[in-house]
Design a protein around this ligand. Sequence first.
Ligand code: 4NP
Length: 150
Amino acid sequence: MKTKVLMVCLGNICRSPLAEGILQSKVDPDSVFVDSAGTAGYHVGNPPDKRSIAVAHKYGLNIGHQKCRKFSEQDFSEFDHIYVMDRSNFSDVASLAKNQEEASKVKLLLSEVELGIREVPDPYYGGHDGFENVYQMIDRACEAIAKKLN
Ligand code: 4NP
């Protein structure tokens, strides 16, 4: 059985699509399945933000095929680990958990690394620098997660 990991942010167009693509590139696809979702439904069905696609491309990853979807309560039974980008995502997701077992699947992505910050900042309203910065921190966290999973 594959280990299933879900990456969650607000819009599912900037941060979590990067986290999905980055983690998937670091694990054995036969043993680990990675997906992403957003707590909000503003962009359902859309591809990732062009700036996320561009920074992923810069590092050799193609995330352009991804399609935005909204987080659902069913994801708690489907996934083993649910990584959220910030505290707001954490409370939105954790509030949907039916019991302690489900709630215990939810973790801040950056809790996997010692970067001196706890949240991946939302780059949506910033420039390209924000996306590079976010890419680097997600990459570090995914490296640590991949080491545990591989
Ligand atoms: P994300 O960024 O949560 O990293 O995908 C955002 C994308 C879109 C919006 C907010 C954050 N929005 O308000 O549309």
